[in-house]
Design a protein around this ligand. Sequence first.
Ligand SMILES: Cc1cc2nc3c(=O)[nH]c(=O)nc-3n(C[C@H](O)[C@H](O)[C@H](O)COP(=O)(O)O)c2cc1C
Length: 240
Amino acid sequence: MLRVGEVNPADPKAFDLLILGSPTHGGFPTSDMDGLRKALPALEGVNIAVLDTWTKTTIFGYAASRIARSLERKGRNLVAPPEGFLVLGIHGLQAVLREKLYGVYLYGAWAFPEGTARGDVDFHVILRGPLNDAEKSALSGLHATLAQEHPSLVGEGLDGYYILLDEAHGQTPPRHQLLEGAVDSSWALHRAHIRAGRCIVLYGPDPREVYLAASWAELATALQGELDYVEEHLADYPAY
Ligand SMILES: Cc1cc2nc3c(=O)[nH]c(=O)nc-3n(C[C@H](O)[C@H](O)[C@H](O)COP(=O)(O)O)c2cc1C
């Protein structure tokens, strides 16, 4: 992989496959990538694919489709449709929580292989201290904005637990700091999944430094709880 500035436009002539990637800036590729695209000679026999990264849905378009269109106009051999990758930051959480933010861990279906039904987005935000009222209302606003800007990503909902670090280190289901009275009732199962690698670390240390390993006794109790729940709700949700 080469940065745009490191590419001699004549070199790709010898490649079998050339993948051009650019962040989306104002709906366009960066000027460096645009310069490279224009400087590329005819690339007979070279297969080309194009990708971009982007952060928000806008009417201005995306870098990869623009690069692809101009290459196609020149008769270049695009082997796949342009592909975009959504980049999600945690800037919003950092802005609200500042040094209170210890870790952000995505688990559940999003941390399982492609093809797993996605449903809601399960995550833990680990906090160094309790939330004040201003932080609680800013976080609720953040969730609402995310759901509005990325409906397909948020899907059936954001199932995020805000948890104190001290409680995250323990075996007792931790209290939700944003929703009074709620606890992560599948705590042992979540810990086991997360520690087994079914976790995407968005921020913070290795999750094994945060979550305790679940004992077999805890897992057996938690799984029995899941089974009881399914049995109880089978009539309402026959898909179980
Ligand atoms: C000057 C500038 C303009 C941007 N314009 C857009 C845009 O029009 N659409 C978009 O989705 N993201 C836009 N972004 C976000 C970038 O696409 C995003 O930062 C990049 O894809 C990858 O993330 P990174 O900055 O973490 O590398 C812009 C970023 C910058 C710095």
